[in-house]
Design a protein around this ligand. Sequence first.
Ligand code: NAP
Length: 325
Amino acid sequence: MKNSIKAIEIKAFGGPENMQLVDKPLPVPGPGEVRVRLRAIGVNLIDTYHRTGLYPIPLPSGLGVEGAGEVEAVGDGIDLPVGARVAMTMALGAYAEAIILPAAALITLPDAVSFEQAAAILLKGMTVDYLFHDTFPLTGGETVLFHAAAGGVGLIACQWARHIGVNLVGTASTDEKCALAETHGAQICVLSGAQNLPEKLKALAPEGGFPVVYDSVGKDTYRLGLEVLAPLGTFASFGNASGAIEAVAPQDLAAHGSLNFTRPTLATYMAKPGWLQQSSAKVLQLVEDGVLSVEINQRYRLAEAQRVHEDLEARATTGCSIITP
Ligand SMILES: NC(=O)c1ccc[n+]([C@@H]2O[C@H](COP(=O)([O-])OP(=O)(O)OC[C@H]3O[C@@H](n4cnc5c(N)ncnc54)[C@H](OP(=O)(O)O)[C@@H]3O)[C@@H](O)[C@H]2O)c1
């Protein structure tokens, strides 16, 4: 075994050009830790927030938070077998050939789910799980608005909504993306640049407006969401693809009908005892059952990591993207 690994590192916040492929010593697991040889690395828009410093991280730092692979070495007190198939999410430094993690952070993979499928879907799938079943619990029959419906999280949300009998009205930036969202279960998808977008969406909403808007676009869609929500509706803000919402004024929430505004994060849910294992098992079961198909529409090598970020930020991707170490 080589005593070094390749990994992506940033020394300063900035553009994709700051991402460098470097050689690092092969990390050794300490007590309670495991070294995983990564076979597939998941790509998430949050990786770009870490790179730019929108979500600050201590520097220098690795990037990437998700992957799947095989246990290669274990520290004291861990009896996981070498070769066990595992996955991880919210594990900073996953753009690498291998990573060290606490054993408790690992998700065991069923044989029926490939490394690529797991790396592509777990973080995004668990996000849809909490959005639909915790943040604003859906019971079936609701009509909801979901922005960026053809993205990684978006295509999973379309399929999950269809599965639980929810009418998902999506938005996306091109006709092709809208068609993809509809194929995956959106009731209808509207162009985000359409003229009179608020009126178009209001016409698709139930009487009075949507009970919930799931918004990961942020700055560009915040005011729109307020306009199309029903009184007492919930604005679930879970991302910043267009930039962070600058300010939420209580008076605005009052004026649009006693609205609720919430800003949930996956990390908060993962910190709840038992939640990670329960939610990941649910997502993997939906994959095994064929309810969720994993759309890996872009593949890159580790040395091409800069291009992954350029494509994501240029809105040139659909579904999930994967890096192969
Ligand atoms: N809070 C959480 O727990 C959590 C967890 C996971 C993900 N997220 C958020 O969920 C969202 C989706 O994540 P993802 O990894 O699956 O990414 P993604 O949806 O595959 O990519 C982002 C999409 O956002 C849309 N977008 C709108 N305005 C944009 C802009 N100015 N620049 C770039 N993209 C823009 C684009 O779709 P169109 O071209 O169709 O507009 C783009 O494809 C992200 O905002 C992410 O931060 C949040």
